[in-house]
Design a protein. Structure first.
Length: 243
């Protein structure tokens, strides 16, 4: 099985405080891999290091190519895209302008190709087309998350990094967002999904890791993790005996 992402012994420190300690993980091509864990476990730090936003030690390979010394903008050009926890939209710009900015590094593809990509995103997210002229700051939380996903897709990513996509959303909206994520898998996009919402993440992922206080403490197929006593009691809100 080919891997789109391979990480070995990755460590990140903020001054003298180590936020990530020798973490190793892999993401198979076309799969959804989740990293679950509590707030402060190092999940966002992990994504920042993968994108080259944070200094790190260890080894990272993307599609078999070492990422050592590769700047963030080049990683984006290689097909890596991060959807950050806070969405980081351009609040004063319209929905459509936000989407078009997602294709900025692909501007050489030409106006016709970008227009076709935009039509594809609108087909996937009809609500965004309805609100194409609205300013991003006027959208609901779920709509902002859809816009963040749509903007990422405009970059034609091979690997999509999702940071807490369910954060702050109502349960009904969370279900809709995760339906979209599951549907994206069928397009061949690989995804690394970090979440506190372990139940939603494990239902959609193929493989999972549990990150606690900066260290990987468990890993395995998502179905196996969902049945693991530690995961059940700590993250799924059930007791192993009463499940």
């Amino acid at each position: 099985m080919s891997h789109v992402l391979e990480i070995e012994r990755l460590s990140v420190a903020y001054g003298k405080v180590e936020a990530l300690h020798r973490a190793s993980l892999r993401a198979a091509e076309g799969s959804i891999v989740t990293v679950i864990g509590p707030n402060g476990a190092g999940k966002t730090t992990l994504l920042g290091a993968i994108m080259g936003l944070l200094r790190s030690t260890g080894a990272m390979r993307y599609a078999g190519t070492s990422l050592e010394g590769v700047p963030t903008e080049k990683r984006v050009g290689m097909g890596m895209c991060l959807v950050p926890e806070r969405r980081e939209l351009f609040a004063a710009l319209s929905v459509e302008d936000n989407l078009r900015l997602g294709a900025f590094h692909r501007r050489s593809a030409g106006a016709r190709a970008i227009a076709a990509d935009l039509a594809e995103v609108y087909a996937r997210f009809p609500r965004l087309q309805e609100r194409s002229r609205q300013l991003a700051h006027t959208l609901s939380g779920g709509e902002r998350q859809m816009l963040a996903l749509g903007r990422a897709l405009m970059g034609k990513p091979r690997l999509l990094l999702l940071d807490e996509p369910s954060l702050g959303l109502a349960p009904r909206v969370v279900r809709e967002i995760y339906r979209i994520i599951a549907d994206l898998k069928r397009t061949g996009v690989s995804m690394l999904l970090v979440e506190q919402n372990a139940r939603a993440a494990l239902q959609v992922a193929d493989y999972g890791y549990v990150l606690e206080t900066g260290e990987i403490v468990l890993e395995g197929p998502s179905a196996d993790l969902s049945g693991h006593a530690r995961v059940i009691e700590t993250y799924l809100g059930l007791s192993a005996a009463g499940r």
